[in-house]
Design a protein around this ligand. Structure first.
Ligand code: ZN
Length: 190
């Protein structure tokens, strides 16, 4: 089932999310719905608050990135990179800061360069509640860092300079009131 994506301005996007208990009702169905919602919006990641649930859960599918990847090793990593992250905790971020033009399904029409660390070490549970500690880098780290921020109530626009924030203020206000052109289902706070 495709769920409406919560738009910028919705309070749920600002919550520090709660852990997911192992007996969380209908978790598998929820995960399936999140993937379906993400694919319908052509996204590569989706976090639970974006569909209105303040829980530490996000999904990522970056298999589409494999196509353009020249490094064979990275390409192979991307080719089966469809993951579920439950109760993720950041262990550390290392490496150089690099810039990437980010967007967010909750903030349609806004794309801005964001600096993030190259490498991320994350501890999380997969969809079977098996604990994993893994190191991600490059684009995989980038998408996970963005989704991880969502479960902490952080949005990519928070990283912009005061100047950039002023420039996009009108756009953000338009998102809040639903004055945006999107081809996927959304729910606006006002
Ligand atoms: Zn996002």
């Amino acid at each position: 089932m495709i769920l409406p994506v919560r738009a910028y301005g919705d309070q749920v996007l600002r919550k520090k999310c709660e852990s997911v208990p192992v007996d969380y009702a209908n978790l598998k169905e929820l995960i399936d719905n999140m993937f379906e919602t993400m694919y319908a919006a052509s996204g590569v990641g989706l976090a639970a608050p974006q569909i209105g649930l303040a829980i530490r859960l996000f999904v990522v599918d970056i298999r589409a990135f494999a196509e353009d990847e020249e490094d064979e090793e990275v390409k192979a990593e991307f080719e089966d990179f469809k993951r579920v992250f439950i109760n993720a905790e950041k262990i550390e971020e290392t490496g150089e800061l690099w810039k990437f033009n980010e967007g967010c399904l909750s903030i349609p029409g806004v794309r801005e360069d964001v600096l993030r660390h190259e490498t991320l070490t994350l501890r999380y549970l997969d969809e079977n509640f098996a604990e994993k500690t893994e190191v991600f880098s490059g684009l995989a780290a980038r998408v996970i860092q963005h989704e991880y921020d969502h479960i902490e109530g952080v949005l990519f626009t928070d990283y912009l300079s005061p100047f950039k924030k002023r420039l996009i203020k009108k756009k953000l206000n338009n998102v809040k009131i639903g004055n945006v052109d999107v081809d996927y289902k959304m729910r606006f706070p006002k």
